[in-house]
Design a protein around this ligand. Structure first.
Ligand SMILES: [Zn+2]
Length: 257
């Protein structure tokens, strides 16, 4: 039986046959993969405690005909700070659910690995008021990396340059429009008004130049774009929006000074 090593973030676990669990993992070596952990539901399981959701873990796996099996696991970063705090837990769960939704099995992708690994590392230590801006950066980059890079520089209807202007972000189209062009209801689903600063901020985030956006519209637009690309709802998305609300006053206060 051939075996291999992989570094992974545990995205999800579910009950499997007997005392086993089925794990959804995002790995540096092989992208998203499923693996069975035998005996991991037993109280004295040696593997189980290293495989809690959001753990960064070094794995030893055996290839199977249908599913690989976990032979060994050593925790590299504890998920404890993410699990102990409600807002961090919601954000971490949302990212795991989004990755499971958008990413196909078995496609190695080093850039995506760095994006995912650095998000979980940051989410564990960032001050609470930085969590949602950081999550928004992750969402913009994830979607852009997966091919949903929005076109924001010019109005999608009349071609007018939108920099330094008020505009409308249209998640359903993955583009933006000026304030004057008429649009139908479908194009306007989930639309977000952007002032010149928020518009510039989104462009900077997409270029990798802005690491901590301040505009609430930047954050809301990232979630709206993600939602527009879903083919089924994500359980954690409404929770993220609810937990985002208290941050609004802080963000706007910071912008006012
Ligand atoms: Zn226009």
């Amino acid at each position: 039986m051939s075996t291999y090593h992989a570094r992974a973030i545990v995205l999800r676990r579910e009950t499997w046959r007997d005392a086993a669990r089925l794990y959804t993992l995002y790995t540096r070596e092989g992208g998203k993969l499923l693996a069975v952990g035998r005996g991991t539901r037993k109280v004295l399981s040696k593997l189980g405690p290293h495989l809690e959701p959001f753990t960064l873990v070094d794995l030893h796996l055996a290839r199977g005909r249908k599913l690989d099996t976990l032979c060994g696991a050593i925790m590299a970063r504890s998920p404890e700070p993410l699990v102990a705090d409600d807002r961090r837990y919601v954000a971490a769960s949302f990212v795991a659910e989004a990755l499971d939704h958008f990413v196909k099995l078995g496609e190695r992708d080093e850039e995506l690995w760095r994006l995912v690994e650095s998000w979980y590392a940051d989410a564990a230590v960032l001050p609470e008021d930085r969590l949602m801006p950081r999550l928004s950066v992750f969402v913009w980059r994830l979607l852009s990396h997966l091919g949903y890079h929005p076109k924001l520089e010019a109005c999608c209807e009349c071609g007018k340059d939108l920099r330094y202007e008020h505009s409308r972000f249209l998640p359903a189209r993955g583009s933006a429009a000026c304030r004057l062009c008429p649009l139908d209801e479908r194009a306007l689903a989930g639309a977000e008004t952007l002032d010149g600063q928020a518009h510039a901020e989104i462009l900077a985030v997409l270029e990798g130049a802005a690491k901590m956006p301040l505009h609430h519209a930047t954050i809301r637009s990232s979630l709206a774009l993600l939602e527009s690309q879903l083919d089924r709802p994500l359980t954690c998305l409404p929770l993220v929006r609810v937990h985002l609300a208290p941050a609004r006053a802080t963000l706007e206060a910071r912008l006012a000074f």
